[in-house]
Design a protein around this ligand. Structure first.
Ligand code: ADP
Ligand code: ADP
Length: 229
């Protein structure tokens, strides 16, 4: 599903964010990306979602050579990728239903299809009762579940989550993890999750890829957190 071959990314300021990286993530995998600040985690995600292109090497996601994408094709490519951030980024003036529907309207689906899928997604993220609520009326955990619902509404092949539990207490974080596992299993979505949360990584064991200074320094099938001081 995701293939990096000899990928390097240097920013204009001369920072080598990713160095000669080669790795493969299979369809249906659930992978953690860990590493200290500045190790290249965000850059890795940006290479996957087409925000950045590599200086050398190839990034192939769901059969697309992301580095070769024409600028105009990037929005179409992005439909394959659902993205979730630490700060929920829901549209404040739309209800939860509308926030999720918005993602589907943007790709031109008809009303009946949208309603059906939004209902399905609300059930998946356990927010049926909140369909008519606005984001500010929801707790942090509920807002993050809504964000995840929006990200998966159009059934992306890959779900990228950048510190999705960063603002949540342990109980809410576990809930988010179980939701991501459910999406991974039921929707067959490949999940790539950047995290600093060593407790989660130790508790919900997954393949864990550790970055340091732009290099992959560990790739463990049933993870475990590597502490950095
Ligand atoms: P995090 O590790 O939480 O993602 P960062 O501070 O690394 O936060 O990055 C926040 C944002 O700023 C990212 O989009 C990143 O690409 C960008 N960024 C980080 N460092 C620089 C920099 N030196 N110059 C310009 N943008 C940067
Ligand atoms: P992480 O997400 O692990 O914190 P990043 O990928 O954000 O790491 O950053 C890796 C390195 O690249 C850092 O040194 C950061 O300052 C630098 N960097 C990130 N984004 C930019 C940018 N847009 N311009 C310049 N330097 C950047």
């Amino acid at each position: 599903m995701i293939d990096l071959m000899g990928v390097s990314k240097t920013y204009k300021n001369g920072v080598h964010a990713i160095k000669n990286m080669t790795l493969h993530i299979d369809e249906g995998e659930f992978v953690y990306i860990i590493g200290p600040t500045g190790s290249g985690k965000s850059t890795f995600i940006k290479l996957i979602d087409g925000e950045e292109i590599p200086d050398s090497g190839t990034v192939i996601v769901a059969g697309t050579d992301v580095g070769k994408l024409k600028f105009k094709k990037v929005p179409y490519y992005r439909r394959n990728i659902g993205v979730v951030f630490q700060d929920y980024r829901l549209l404040p003036n739309l209800t939860i239903f509308e926030n999720i529907a918005f993602a589907l309207e943007a790709i031109g689906q008809d009303k009946a299809t949208i309603r059906k899928r939004v209902r399905e997604v609300l059930e998946l993220v356990s927010l049926e009762e909140k369909a008519r609520s606005f984001p500010r009326e929801l707790s942090g955990g509920q807002q993050q579940r809504a964000t995840i619902g929006r990200a998966i509404a159009n059934k992306p092949k890959v779900l990228v989550a950048d510190e999705p539990t960063g603002n949540l207490d342990p109980e809410k974080s576990n809930e988010i993890m179980r939701l991501l596992e459910k999406i991974n299993e039921e929707e067959k979505t490949t999940v790539v999750m950047v995290t600093h949360d060593s407790t989660l990584v130790d508790e919900f064991k997954k393949r864990t890829i550790a970055l340091e200074e732009g290099y992959v320094v560990a790739d463990m099938m049933k993870g475990g957190y590597i502490k950095h001081e």
